[in-house]
Design a protein around this ligand. Sequence first.
Ligand SMILES: NC(=O)c1ccc[n+]([C@@H]2O[C@H](COP(=O)([O-])OP(=O)(O)OC[C@H]3O[C@@H](n4cnc5c(N)ncnc54)[C@H](OP(=O)(O)O)[C@@H]3O)[C@@H](O)[C@H]2O)c1
Length: 263
Amino acid sequence: MSTPIQQLFDLRGRTALVTGGSRGLGLQIAESLGEAGARILLCSRKAADLEEAAADLQAKGIDTRWVAADASDPAQVNRVVDEAMQRLGQIDILVNNAGATWGAPIEDYPLEAWDKVMNLNIRSIFLFCQAVGKASMLPRRYGRIINVASIAGLSGSLDVKFIAYGTSKGAVVNFTRTLAAEWGPQGITVNALAPGFFPSKMTRGTLQSVGVDKLAAAAPLRRIGDDDDLKGAALLFASAAGKHITGQILPVDGGVSAVHGAA
Ligand SMILES: NC(=O)c1ccc[n+]([C@@H]2O[C@H](COP(=O)([O-])OP(=O)(O)OC[C@H]3O[C@@H](n4cnc5c(N)ncnc54)[C@H](OP(=O)(O)O)[C@@H]3O)[C@@H](O)[C@H]2O)c1
């Protein structure tokens, strides 16, 4: 007996914790999961931005709460997960999206920048998965984990000098596969999105220095990402429609990685 497609993509009754959910790609993913029916808890550092993002989602009819925390601090990660369990009762979907970058040539790359990028982009994913796994997913034998990697985790980059970022995203790719192998038998899927270029606060500088036209020209679809382009892929990984998919890395990049590696 097959299940109707609307039911496979329906997230009513599910809850999602989205890190870095106050703007950019995290907010887009939160909107997608919320529009499909999930209750949402956003987490990032700045309370004012979270309040604004939550109000935007609420205005669209999405049940949204938020908690301010630094995802690279282990004590704060545990606090977020405790609060999420209190306020949502369970965490069905974990979106590890919070991330940062730092641009500098390797020979001048500050150690503090390396640590900052690595602590947020990969160590915090480990911390969130461990805490959410223990608190909710492993006991319930159910979970959907979506890590936000990047096409910069799939190859080197010609135009951008960001050694820690590329390294951290490569780590996210194989963290995803490794965790998928370990937690698959527990009913938990673990997948990653690998976005190409999307306009956001993080990419503003690169988009200005390299140019939207040049980045778009590198893509078979001749475009960069927009406010809709991650929604379908995120929902697939988060929902019953994706229940037989785990350990996969999905580039959402206009085809850049199919022809060039990262731009
Ligand atoms: N935009 C792109 O083209 C692109 C491409 C590939 C991959 N990505 C990835 O997509 C993810 C989101 O990027 P974005 O472009 O949407 O960037 P963004 O606009 O800068 O958003 C980053 C989000 O993470 C939060 N954040 C930053 N540091 C944090 C910390 N220490 N603890 C908790 N939250 C923190 C920010 O809020 P606060 O500053 O208030 O904490 C914000 O909500 C990142 O993992 C990025 O690497 C982006």
